[in-house]
Design a protein. Structure first.
Length: 220
């Protein structure tokens, strides 16, 4: 049974910004979605490597998972329970809709591992809501979603960067391959595979993410 009360705690979300002066209320917002067993502060460490002038919001997963928090329970790698993923996406959207700091500003997503799953799910839940997405060592739900057709029909399609290592021991290659094929037909996909990279982020990934966000989320 799915918990209808699943919610993202607004008090636990951390807000920051990329280098430079604090961005104004209309500046683009990048939502950072951590992986399983991590926490809301994890991906904020990427901030110095990202383009300046972008506001950052890092929510905490609503479930306890491993040593930290999670968006959905662990399941067969690459094949989580769709109902659990949808419930987490609904909770994230409710948090975004309710926070006055989000407002009408452009919003992009950056998710790592299970956070990457959430990024793709948010695109599918609200096909017209997000300006761009970065999916790092993540994947998409292996199920048809009501918003898929609208996402594919969006003109222009939402830009998405999918980046992962070629020796990732956590996310099965079949899930990554499936996700790349799905994104190629539903988004403006930029796909990067990094030789020798396991389940993580290195300087190559950071450079590609910064370049992608500079194109997808121009500031000023």
């Amino acid at each position: 049974m799915i918990d209808d009360a699943l919610a993202v705690d607004p008090a636990a979300a951390r807000w920051a910004h990329t280098p430079g002066a604090a961005p104004g209320p209309d500046a683009p917002l990048l939502v950072l979605l951590h992986g399983y067993g991590s926490h809301e502060g994890d991906l904020l460490g990427l901030a110095p490597h990202l383009p300046g002038g972008i506001a950052l919001a890092a929510p905490r997963g609503p479930l306890v998972g491993g040593p930290g928090f999670a968006w959905a329970p662990l399941a067969t790698p690459g094949h989580p329970d769709p109902a659990r993923v949808r419930a987490a996406a609904d909770a994230l959207l409710a948090w975004l809709d309710a926070d006055a700091r989000v407002g009408a500003r452009p919003v992009a997503l950056l998710g790592f591992s299970q956070g990457g799953l959430m990024a793709t799910q948010l695109l599918r839940a609200r096909p017209d809501r997000f300006a761009a997405a970065v999916v790092l060592s993540g994947f998409a739900l292996d199920a048809e979603e009501p918003g898929d057709a609208a996402l594919a029909a969006r003109d222009p399609r939402v830009p998405v960067l999918l980046g992962h290592g070629d020796v990732d021991p956590v996310i099965p290659r079949a899930a990554t391959t499936r996700t790349a094929a799905w994104l190629a037909t539903h988004a403006a996909l930029e796909h990067r595979e990094y030789a020798g990279l396991a389940h993580g982020i290195d300087a190559r990934v950071l450079a590609d993410v910064a370049a992608f966000l500079s194109r997808a989320m121009p500031v000023g």
